[in-house]
Design a protein around this ligand. Structure first.
Ligand code: ADP
Length: 363
């Protein structure tokens, strides 16, 4: 069992809190991604799990052992860093074998493990090369190989793909997913890249300012964000936020803000009637939930396309509602150009609602 459990973990640097009361259970065999903007405390959390950073307060468990005071080498973990830190004067094989030699494993066992890891990672043909004769992606694989040969119960990854170019990053992401399926080892993975988080994770822990904001599957954090921070951090292009209030009109209920209004479904109106809320609300609409209106649609939003971006498979249309610049995602074959009038229906069943304090009001 390689469950990792963080109970009320705090880390202060002097007076400055970096991680505040973090409660997090990483299940056996789970791929957990810690994600958040720079400085949110994700690396510090990972480094505490690794034993590279003291824990100010709280309890850390790996398996059934409380490991707060256990040294990194005795924690049964292996860490892969952003800068792979390979030894330049050693071959790939020697780099991968190095840690095992220090542990005085038998040469036959070392060879078996290195060959096996090299085969999993597709680097067998490079085993006798030096790191400088490898590409960035190959070096990253060697760094992973060095971790794999240790047969750890937990892998810790600290932004392992951030030094690779965009195309290679996508490729390595797929390989990491495959690696996890094959090894079924518990993984804790830190990144600032929400796309990496969404594509790799079984569950995502989203942090901001040292505080865990939401823990959930990629589907949950995308479709049911707990607050505005999570809603704006996850998804690309980002969610649109419109602030206004509910208005009863002869044509039914509308959501009205400065310079725009659109109709609200009876489900949302009913929900709001049963929920105490501030008069001022924010509605979050992801770009794909603006639908091109037909002539029968009422209560639509109307504006002028300021910019149209072509992505090949789809288009992003940027337009203004009041002062807010809004993005809609439409099909590539939709004929819209900058300067054209646009009219969209808001898919009310897909919106998020936020009260003034930024917390979600769940439908
Ligand atoms: P992230 O990995 O999310 O970018 P970190 O965990 O590295 O964030 O840092 C969290 C906070 O702790 C930041 O405000 C950072 O400036 C601070 N911090 C990190 N390491 C140290 C350190 N060694 N000394 C003082 N402050 C630090």
């Amino acid at each position: 069992m390689a469950r990792v459990l963080l109970q009320s973990i705090c880390k202060n640097y002097g007076d400055v809190p970096a991680v505040r009361k973090l409660d997090l259970e990483i299940r056996d065999e789970e791929f957990m991604v810690l994600v958040g903007p720079s400085g949110c405390g994700k690396s510090t959390s990972l480094r505490m799990i690794a034993g590279l950073e003291d824990i100010t307060s709280g309890d850390l468990w790996i398996g059934d052992r409380r490991v707060n005071e256990v040294s990194p080498k005795d924690r049964d973990i292996a860490m892969v860093f952003q800068n792979y830190a390979l030894y330049p004067h050693m071959t790939v094989r020697e780099n991968m074998a190095f840690g095992l030699k220090l542990r005085k494993l038998a040469p036959t066992e070392i060879k078996k493990r290195v060959d096996e890891a090299a085969q999993i990672l597709g680097i067998t043909e490079y085993l006798e090369r030096r790191p400088k004769a490898l590409s960035g992606g190959q070096r990253q694989r060697v760094a992973m190989g060095r971790a794999i040969v240790r047969y750890p119960s937990v892998f810790l990854f600290d932004e392992p793909l951030s030094n690779l170019d965009a195309k290679l990053r996508v490729q390595m992401r797929v390989e990491l997913a495959r690696l996890h399926q094959r090894l079924r080892t518990t993984i804790v993975y830190v990144t600032h890249d929400q796309v990496e988080a969404m594509t790799l994770a079984d569950r995502i822990a989203i942090m901001d300012n040292g505080v865990l904001q939401q823990l959930g599957t990629p589907h949950e954090v995308y479709h049911r964000p707990k607050n505005r921070f999570v809603a704006s951090f996850i998804g690309s292009p980002g969610m649109n936020f419109l602030t206004g209030h509910v208005q009863a009109t002869n044509f039914g209920h509308m959501f009205a803000g400065a310079g725009f209004s659109f109709s609200l479904s009876s489900e949302i109106v009913e929900l709001l009637q049963n929920h105490r809320h501030s008069e001022q609300l924010t509605i979050g609409i992801r770009p794909q939930y603006f639908h091109i209106a037909n002539e029968h649609d009422r209560g639509t939003v109307e504006s002028v396309a300021e910019v149209v971006e072509h992505l090949g498979s789809e288009k992003y249309v940027y337009f203004r509602l009041g002062d807010t610049l809004v993005t809609a995602r439409v099909a590539e074959d939709h004929p819209v150009r900058a300067g054209d009038p646009v009219r969209y229906r808001v898919d009310n069943s897909r919106v998020s609602l936020f009260s003034e304090d930024g917390n979600s009001i769940f439908l």
